[in-house]
Write a protein that binds this ligand. Structure first.
Ligand code: UD1
Ligand code: CA
Length: 453
């Protein structure tokens, strides 16, 4: 088995993005472009991945895991120069696959095909190409009949050469020993004064080495992202791919046009996504759950058979067969056991809610531990914050809180206890007790008539 490594070029500045964020850190479907490329490489089981970094190196490096090797290119003197920096790190590597960090739509099956052709023909280099109706700005593939000759950059091409529609995508396989030698022969004598990696093909050709091309039908794979408009176009492609994937996996998506699913989301078969649903981060949804309409979940877990509508959730865990919304706001640290009901205009933060408990309307529950089969009346507020510190509220199993109860934390409501509507509870309530805190209602007779006189 020959040894393979991937080299991902990502040292360029990305001037046209006009951003303080390095270009390859901009996201598609919630995942940085560079990570899309790294994940693609990993899914074809290439054992090593090197990333060539220059501009914004620290910022990018901080996001990489320790399986990714960093090669530094201090000055960006062209793609040939970028690969020259990586070559010394390629000991015991027979072939490299070269990719660009700003081409996030590359697919694993394409890399597999490229590698297969490279190996089958024992090629010095194999290029991934694509045919573009408008190939402006890209390197053209020059051939004589079927025979590959070389790549010419747009800026160095003659008007006839610019008519060629087959372009160099910038993804290649190379035999490392042959590439190492060929790189010694390239110079920056061209329109851009750079070391072009693409100049090695003319060197190989002159030496009679085997060079193959593989033309992908999916032109999106060749899209290099240089501007925000191209980023948006690529986002659309990534989004359609993800939607198609989950529909293929048995998820019902009522309106794909208004549904957004980020790259790391995991869905089970028979999940139903209603219109205007946005699933972000590492959100996971189990079978038969119905999400939406108008719901945004970020890093949430939803159990089987739950219904979540018109809700915003962030780092919340929702058990099975829960009913959430409309208009619920679940904040980080919310953990709902099975069969919990959270109704309209309810906000929950950093709280565990036991099985079968109900918070049907207009409540704030923060820093609380709520037992099983608890009923929290409309308008109940946990007063968890005194302006300096946050305190905990404990509500034991089967407690029943009257409407408009204020729970001044730290406070505990015993098992099976009841609070009177409108009570402000600041002392612990023992089990099976009614706690009522409000002044006795007074009646002033004939008050209305006297006033009118
Ligand atoms: C390159 C190809 C061109 C191809 C196109 C496809 C060359 C000379 N040309 O052109 O044939 O059609 O890609 O998109 O290779 N980079 C570095 N260090 C450098 C220069 C670039 O790491 O010194 C990185 C960039 O960050 C980028 C990638 O290499 O990720 C490609 O560089 P870029 O300048 O965009 O090449 P193109 O001019 O687009
Ligand atoms: Ca480019």
């Amino acid at each position: 088995m020959p040894h393979w490594a991937a080299v991902i070029m990502a040292a360029g500045k990305g001037t046209r993005m006009k951003s303080k964020l390095p270009k390859v850190m901009h996201t598609l479907a919630g995942k940085p472009m560079l990570q899309h490329v790294l994940d693609c490489v990993r899914s074809v089981e290439i054992p090593r991945s090197m990333v060539v970094l220059g501009h914004g190196r620290e910022q990018i490096e901080a996001t990489l895991d320790d399986r990714t090797e960093v090669v530094v290119q201090e000055e960006q003197c062209g793609t040939g120069h970028a690969i020259m920096q990586a070559i010394p790190h390629c000991h015991e590597v027979d072939h490299i696959i070269v990719l660009s960090g700003d081409q996030p739509l590359i697919r694993p099956e394409t890399l597999r095909n490229l590698i297969r052709i490279h190996i089958e023909h024992n090629a010095a280099a194999t290029l991934l190409t694509a045919c573009f109706e408008n190939p402006h700005g890209l390197g053209r593939i020059l051939k004589e009949g079927d025979q590959f000759l070389r790549v010419v950059e747009e800026k160095d091409a003659t008007p006839e050469e610019r008519l060629v529609q087959e372009i160099n995508t910038g993804t290649y396989c190379f035999n490392v020993a042959k590439l190492r030698e060929a790189l010694k022969n390239i110079t920056p004598k061209n329109a851009q004064g750079e070391y072009y990696l693409t100049d090695v093909f003319a060197v190989f050709h002159a030496q009679g080495e085997v060079i193959r091309t593989y033309c992908t039908e999916d032109v999106h794979e060749a899209l290099g992202i240089n501007s925000r408009a191209q980023l948006a176009a690529a986002e659309d492609v990534a989004r359609q791919r993800i939607l198609s994937y989950w529909m293929e996996e048995g998820v019902t998506i009522i309106d794909p046009r208004s549904t957004f699913i980020e790259a790391e989301v995991v869905l089970q078969p028979d999940v139903v996504l209603q219109p205007f649903t946005i699933l972000k981060g590492r959100t996971q949804v189990a079978e038969d759950a119905v999400i939406g309409p108008h719901t945004t979940l970020t890093d949430c877990t939803v159990g089987a058979g739950s219904e979540v509508s018109h809700t915003v959730g962030n780092q919340a865990v929702i058990g099975g067969h829960c009913t959430i919304g409309p208009y619920a706001y679940l904040r980080p640290g919310t953990v709902l056991q099975d069969k919990v009901k959270v109704g309209d205009f309810v906000e929950i933060k950093n709280s565990q809610i036991g099985e079968g408990s109900k918070i049907p309307h207009l409540s704030y529950v923060g820093d609380s531990q709520v037992g099983k089969s608890v009923n929290i009346g409309a308008g109940t507020i946990t007063c968890n914050y005194d302006g300096v510190n946050k305190y905990k509220t404990i509500i034991r199993d089967k407690a029943f809180l009257g409407s408009n109860t204020n729970l001044v934390a730290p406070v505990e409501i015993g098992e099976g206890s009841v609070t009177g509507a409108g009570s402000t509870i600041s002392k612990n309530v023992p089990a099976n007790t009614l706690a009522i805190e409000r002044s006795t209602q007074k009646h002033i007779e004939n008050w209305v008539r006297n006033k009118k006189k």
